[in-house]
Design a protein around this ligand. Structure first.
Ligand code: CDP
Length: 227
């Protein structure tokens, strides 16, 4: 096992993983990696270039032409797709509707996991996603599996998206989350599942400050031991 600290945060769609991951990384001065943003950027490329997810040659060609880069400013994810900033566009509904299909493709996962493992090799990182504690970093020192009531999750995401999507309804968001949870947990490649050694964190009734404190208490012993 490497000596750097890895905090792996997995869980269902929109249950506060990135809020916690960002806050934790900021507090501990770790690097934050939003693995979902990578799958979203790939999905955006597939939409724009009409890549057929079932066509292996098209997928392989697309992966050769996709270059992703993270820039972290104040622990906000800024991701570029072939040098274009796409951080806002990847959060919009067309990408949310497509991303689970793209994330189920074996070749896509192999490439993303390779890049994620490289990012977590030398530095202390907090990474959130669906397979971080099971596939990307099975030896992570801290693994959290986050969950929350589906209605609460939909309401939180709805509030987040409404300012830029005035026509969207709460039902649209609820359906998208339910669809992605189903696709993510039932896919063949690295389905979302709790690692045996992951701690379950249900944040339905927790404030962001409370969930942050819980996570800090878990990670601190490793930070102290590493000093
Ligand atoms: O923020 P939210 O919970 O809505 O999702 P996200 O973390 O941005 O991830 C978007 C989608 O990417 C998920 O629904 C999964 O289909 C996929 N994903 C994945 O398969 N593996 C990961 N490590 C991260 C995301």
């Amino acid at each position: 096992m490497s000596s750097n600290i890895v905090v792996a945060i997995d869980g269902y769609s929109s249950c506060g993983k990135s809020t916690l991951a960002k806050a934790l990384a900021k507090k501990l001065h770790f690097i934050y990696v939003d693995s979902g943003a990578m799958y979203r950027a790939v999905a955006l490329y597939f939409i724009r270039n009409k890549v057929d997810s079932k066509n292996h040659e098209q997928v392989a060609e697309a992966l050769k032409n996709i270059h992703l880069n993270f820039h972290s400013r104040d622990y906000q994810t800024h991701i570029t797709l072939n040098d274009e900033e796409v951080s806002a566009e990847i959060r919009q509904m067309p990408v949310s509707d497509k991303v689970s299909e793209v994330a189920a493709i074996k070749e896509v996962r192999t490439e993303m996991v390779r890049q994620q493992q490289r990012m977590g090799k030398l530095k202390n990182v907090v990474m959130d996603g669906r397979d971080i504690g099971t596939v990307v970093f099975p030896h992570a020192q801290i693994k959290l599996f986050m969950t929350a009531d589906p209605k609460v999750r939909a309401e939180r995401r709805y509030k987040e998206l409404l300012p830029t999507n005035p026509d969207m309804t709460l039902e649209d968001v609820f359906e998208n989350l339910a669809h992605r949870d189903y696709a993510d947990t039932t896919r063949e490649e690295s389905p979302l599942t709790r690692a045996d050694d992951a701690i379950i964190l249900d944040n339905t009734d927790l404030t962001p400050e409370q969930q942050l404190q819980l996570a800090i208490d878990l990670v601190m012993p490793f930070v102290i031991a590493a000093k």
